[in-house]
Ligand binder design. Structure first.
Ligand code: FAD
Length: 318
């Protein structure tokens, strides 16, 4: 079932959903199930699975020289989505990115998903290769999420890359996109960012999932500005509980978001990470209660491979 249908069917009740990472290469899928099993108690209607592009590692050769190798540390997004659908009878949302994909490879990946009965995707630009710092599209790939979205929308209309293909069977994807209450780091300002977010929605995105934020006022203001700009689709807030002391500086660095003073002070005062986790859980519960009151369609939790804090939060709320 499509994400948008889950939201419509809930008729105003806030749903519980999660984003997970594929396990590191070489890990067993059982580890993932063990992590997810407790969360299934809260009946998430859908689970997002991130996509991780290749990165470069340097291996020392016998002659002492370094060899540059391309590797994907967390492969398996499509396989995991299919496995989760079969294992838990839950809908899955694979993240599909522009980076590292030609249009042909994108088309083939989407055909795989379609055949597997996966009819949701989150269309994204994708992160830059870690060592490169700046996003660069493939020579025959997409630069922006809106271009990728255009390809998916075309496939939903039965239009594939080969124009000679006649009577092609259309795909049926519900497409979500990303939004940034604190602005995407590359956008000159929020207004410019919203222009492109609106473009994605006008082209066919059915809902938006936000970057994590720790101050609800940022989300409320973002929703207000989206509505003012004519963006009417559901805007799903992304929530991440802080779990370690180092995250107070790592999360702003990686995700270009602010940690409110009150929260960073509380984290600072913690003696160990167990105490930080408790602070993070309590903060996320308070944030979630207010968001539920606001009437958000679903609370979308970034698990980052750890289900325990999400379980504690969900136990308080659902
Ligand atoms: P876009 O919508 O393409 O926007 C990127 C930037 O370009 C923005 O600054 C925008 O304002 C600007 N822009 C957009 N269109 C145009 C245009 N036509 N002309 C000029 N400027 C334009 N990354 C991963 O690698 N894998 C994941 O699984 C993943 N999951 C994510 C899930 C969520 C909910 C979020 C919020 C992010 C996720 N990311 C993931 C990170 C994301 O890929 C990066 O933040 C990326 O830099 C931007 O992606 P986007 O889809 O928002 O890009």
């Amino acid at each position: 079932m499509k994400v948008i249908d889950h939201i419509t069917r809930a008729a105003g009740k806030t749903l519980f959903s999660i984003e997970i990472l594929p396990p590191l290469k070489g890990e067993n899928i059982k580890t993932l199930y063990d992590n997810l099993d407790p969360l299934m108690e809260f009946k998430p209607p859908f689970i997002d699975v991130t996509y991780h592009r290749e990165e470069y590692v340097y291996k020392k050769k016998e002659n002492g020289l370094l060899e540059k190798r391309s590797t994907r540390k967390r492969p398996g997004t499509v396989g995991i989505c299919a496995a989760l659908q079969a294992h838990y009878q839950v809908d899955t949302v694979p993240h599909i990115i522009c980076g590292g994909f030609s249009k042909e490879e994108t088309e083939n990946a989407l055909i795989d998903l379609h055949f597997l009965g996966i009819d949701n995707v989150l269309a994204l630009q994708g992160d830059a290769i870690k060592s490169e710092g700046r996003f660069a599209p493939e020579p025959d790939g997409h630069r922006y999420a809106s271009e990728l979205l255009g390809q998916i929308v075309a496939m939903n209309q039965g239009k594939f890359l080969d124009e000679d293909l006649e009577n092609a069977s259309p795909t049926n994807f519900c497409i979500g996109v990303a939004g940034y209450p604190e602005k995407h780091f590359a956008a000159p300002n929020l207004k410019a960012d919203l222009k492109y977010l609106k473009l994605k929605v006008d082209m066919g995105a059915e809902y938006i999932v936000t970057q994590m934020f720790f101050d609800n006022r940022k989300y409320f203001e973002f929703v207000r500005q989206c509505r003012e700009a004519g963006i009417t689709v559901p805007i799903i807030p992304g929530i991440k509980p802080i779990t370690t002391k180092s995250q107070a500086s790592v999360l702003p660095t990686v995700f270009h978001i602010d940690i409110p003073e009150e929260l960073s002070d509380e984290v600072e005062r913690c003696k160990d990470n167990a105490a930080v986790k408790q602070v993070g859980v309590e903060w996320a519960v308070r944030q979630s209660r207010e968001l539920i009151k606001f009437g958000v369609p679903t609370l979308h939790f970034y698990s980052m491979g750890k289900s325990d804090p999400i379980y504690r939060i969900a136990k308080e709320l659902f």
